[in-house]
Write a protein that binds this ligand. Structure first.
Ligand SMILES: *Cc1c(COP(=O)(O)O)cnc(C)c1O
Length: 398
């Protein structure tokens, strides 16, 4: 009852841009969420790959509480200690050299695109550079991020979008080569496509794109907003490939619940791109988010979370593969680490809605993929519980 009233109140005043699941979430503990009526849910979505540490991590919560009492915000006109530490840790784990903190993933993409454009402008003084992006990609909803998002349905109502963007087929090197010319300033892609349906880049493809970039002084921008922060069994997914981007974007699990993103680059790109006055943000990188990011990296290290993901994801993959064998409407599994997708021939939206009834939170990706992006702290018992609940859901579709 209480839920219904709250949902109605929300719908009457919040702009209707989401068709939400019919649940009002209230609090979380570990890898479980509870709605306002006290019903318990096993969470295999983590607020869309954000809550890497799950819920109620005491060390993380205390770091935030302490920072609230000290100082929330200063603006970027002054220095602050938490964000300096966060930047050092982000650079240390990525091997990249300069970070700019944003308030969201889309803003990190905007910054990465601006950096690439400025880098090319500094070289030849022209402003007619082109960007190559991938079909079925997702980079966010702001106009710049939308311009490189390979989903016509998201883009069309808002065209013309800024910049000259050409779309190549993901994992098809020839299709990228065909678009490269003297005006190409950047190639942008997700290392593992998320919203598009959980498609990891193939090794030869990413290596080939990297080579094209090196040979032509084109910047490789890797979007690690969803696949980064340990999710694939490496701190950043590209670290599984033995290459390095010129610029990467982070958000989602970077702050584990606090709105923060970043674009991070090599010293070479930093030296040749954004200068004082070229970019800015009022909130971005304030002491509060700095304290969160800094503590997130500490906890990742203490808990050896990346190693944990490597181990537990083998088990998750095995269990998901069994579903592919067992159910004729489960046609494929794809993914890396704790970023997994099951391709279904039954309506995925109905499956994820039904799962809620059984106390399981899973989300969808693309039009036919059930997406699993749980907190990185899950254990085998949680995988077993998820599979058990999912089987009950599948039963209703037999
Ligand atoms: C979520 C996401 C974004 C956008 O991030 P927001 O914080 O929603 O702006 C960009 N790229 C990828 C790969 C994402 O998954």
């Amino acid at each position: 009852m209480e839920s219904n009233i709250l949902m109605e109140r929300s719908e009457s005043r919040i702009l209707h841009t989401y068709n939400r699941y019919k649940v009002v979430l209230d609090h979380g503990e570990g890898v479980y969420l509870y709605d306002i009526e006290g019903k318990k849910y096993l969470d295999f979505a983590a607020g869309i790959a954000v809550q890497a540490l799950g819920y109620g991590n005491e060390e993380y919560n205390n770091a935030l509480k302490n920072q609230i009492d000290k100082l929330l915000h200063t603006s970027n006109l002054y220095y602050n200690q938490p964000i300096a530490e966060a930047a050092e840790k982000l650079c240390a784990v990525s091997g990249l050299e300069r970070a700019f903190f944003t308030n969201s993933g889309a803003e990190a993409i905007e910054g990465a695109l601006k950096s690439a454009k400025k880098y090319a402008y500094e070289k030849d003084g022209c402003t007619d550079h082109e960007i190559i992006a991938m079909e079925h990609s997702f980079h966010g909803r702001t106009l710049g991020a939308l311009s490189v998002t390979g989903n016509a349905h998201y883009r069309e109502p808002f065209e013309p979008l800024p910049g000259i963007v050409k779309f190549a087929e993901f994992n098809n090197l020839e299709s990228v080569k065909a678009l490269v010319n003297k005006k190409t300033c950047a190639i942008i892609m997700e290392t593992v496509q998320g919203e598009g349906g959980i498609y990891p880049a193939e090794k030869e493809f990413l290596a080939g794109v990297k080579k094209i970039c090196e040979e032509n002084d084109i910047l490789l921008i890797l979007d690690e907003i969803q696949c980064g922060m340990g999710r694939t069994g490496a701190m950043f997914a590209w670290q599984n490939y033995g290459i390095q981007p010129d610029i990467m974007t982070c958000a989602k699990a970077l702050g584990c619940g606090v709105p923060v993103g970043a674009f991070v680059m090599t010293q070479k790109v930093a030296d040749g791109s954004l200068k004082p006055g070229d970019h800015g943000t009022t909130y971005g990188g304030n002491p509060f988010v700095g304290a969160a990011v800094s503590k997130v990296f500490d906890i990742f290290e203490e808990k050896n979370l990346v190693e944990h993901v490597k181990e537990i994801s083998v088990y998750l993959e095995e269990q998901l593969d069994k579903l592919v064998e067992e159910y004729n409407f489960v046609t494929a599994r794809r993914g890396m680490g704790l970023m997994q997708g099951l391709e279904l021939t039954i309506p995925v939206g109905e499956v994820s809605a039904k799962a809620l009834e059984y106390g399981l939170i899973v989300i969808t990706a693309g039009s036919n993929v059930l997406r699993f992006v749980p907190p990185l702290v899950i254990e085998k018992e949680h995988v077993d519980e998820m599979i058990e609940k999912l089987k009950k859901v599948f039963c209703e579709f037999k």
